[in-house]
Design a protein around this ligand. Structure first.
Ligand SMILES: *Cc1c(COP(=O)(O)O)cnc(C)c1O
Length: 411
């Protein structure tokens, strides 16, 4: 790709300003790599764990050990890691249905849960939680932080599950800090000890040196085609946390009579292990990419979130554009600078599970994997692009130049 001198120098100068942020992120990655390595070594991971299995999968040591390794990484009692969960939404859904019973109430404490969960919670006649007699209450964040007074008022006899989204979703707000999530979890447990606190951990894994499961959250849930799959895992989701809660989720995922005693994978487990091993480094690449994109677009006058030089709490960078055309040009540039499907032109479309039309750029090896450099945006005002991922920083740097050039041409 060819770039104007001006574009190259804007990006190089932005990169210079990122150096101290990069150094901080490298320290986080080092600590997380050590955590992962320890979990592998403690569980004696070997070639035998990568084997293909079929049928029921009783005593599938690849599956069982993978779950143990994840539990150790999350420093919690138990985990389900499975390619049989088709996406993050599926993992979150299974977790909600695993815990909630008719008459219970679900309380969301960081505003509305991710878009694809709306119908799961409130849909009509489709087997939603509402159809099963589970009620819903929501407390929005106040200036980007938990509204403790509001949460206290919302908790009642029926409250069974408290839901928090670590990442920003499609909103102009920053992600939440793990320590703040821990404080909230302890706050609600002081008020009602039998409540289950669940965290949508998508895009948050390995951004910090601790995970929500280490600070009082009962279960963390996420997708394997984001941070923790390291760009290698081909599909799947995970649920990690307290054993009694994880067991409930397992009974829902398969059957109350079999839980996680069954489940085979005829393709073999190597990619999940290798993906987890690579995940701290790949998340670092994604974070450096995010910081660079923020710095570049901030320097030419766009609002970005989080602000340059502030800590990353997820891998996403939000960039607010002035016009829909700039937004679309940006997403198309991300696609064009991708290693796969660079010839494809993304258009806004009615994606299943989303309220507004969404434009998505994902020229990825694993279809739709947003730990690979990708951008998406609901088509609504204000025009915000959410950019995330990047398996290599070098790719992201080239893409940043291309995106900047395209947006400036469409200004
Ligand atoms: C990606 C994501 C999900 C799950 O989405 P899937 O596309 O179903 O994997 C849920 N919550 C957040 C915050 C996410 O980023």
């Amino acid at each position: 790709m060819q770039f104007d001198e001006r574009i190259i120098s804007i990006v190089n100068e932005a990169e210079e300003r990122c150096k101290s942020s990069f150094a901080k992120l490298e320290r986080v990655a080092l600590e997380n790599q050590n955590k992962v390595l320890e979990a592998f070594s403690k569980n004696n991971v070997g070639q035998r764990h990568f084997a293909q299995t079929n049928g029921y999968g009783y005593d599938d040591i690849g599956r069982d050990t993978l779950c143990k390794v994840f539990a150790d990484v999350f420093r919690c009692e138990s985990a389900i890691v499975s390619p049989l969960m088709v996406s993050g939404t599926h993992a979150l859904t299974v977790a909600l249905y695993g815990v909630l019973r008719p008459g219970d109430e679900l309380l969301a404490v960081s505003g509305a849960p991710y878009d694809t969960l709306k119908e799961v919670i409130l849909g009509d006649g489709i087997g939603s939680l509402k159809d099963f007699g589970v009620t819903y209450r929501q407390v929005d964040l106040k200036n980007g932080a938990f509204d403790y007074e509001g949460i206290k008022h919302a908790i009642n006899d029926k409250t069974k599950l408290v839901f928090v989204g670590r990442s920003r979703g499609y909103e102009w707000r920053d992600a939440l800090d793990v320590r703040e999530i821990g404080k909230m979890a302890n706050f609600v447990k002081d008020l009602k000890p039998d409540v289950v606190v669940m965290c949508d951990n998508c895009y948050g894994e390995f951004v910090d040196v601790i995970e929500p499961t280490e600070v009082g959250v009962d279960i963390a849930v996420g997708s394997l085609i984001k941070n923790i799959g390291g760009g290698i895992a081909p599909s799947g989701g995970y649920v990690a946390g307290k054993k009694s809660v994880v067991d409930q989720v397992a009974y829902r995922l398969t059957s109350p009579s079999i839980g996680m005693e069954v489940g085979s994978y005829a393709y073999g487990y190597r990619e999940f292990y290798q993906g987890l091993f690579l995940a701290p480094h790949v998340t670092l690449q994604a974070l450096k990419s995010s910081v660079l994109f923020g710095e570049v677009f901030d320097s030419v006058g766009y609002k970005t979130m989080p602000r340059p030089n502030s800590d990353c709490k997820d891998i996403i960078r939000s960039v607010m554009f002035d016009t829909k055309d700039e937004l679309i040009a940006f997403c198309r540039a991300v696609q064009k600078a991708s290693p796969v499907d660079s010839n494809v032109t993304p258009f806004p479309w009615d994606m299943p599970g989303y309220e507004h039309q969404v434009i998505m750029a994902a020229g990825t090896f694993v279809a739709g994997a947003s730990i690979e450099l990708s951008a998406d945006s609901p088509i609504k005002e204000p025009y915000i692009a959410y950019i995330q991922g990047g398996l290599t920083y070098e790719h992201a740097k080239i893409a940043a130049m291309y995106c900047l050039q395209s947006v400036l041409e469409n200004k």
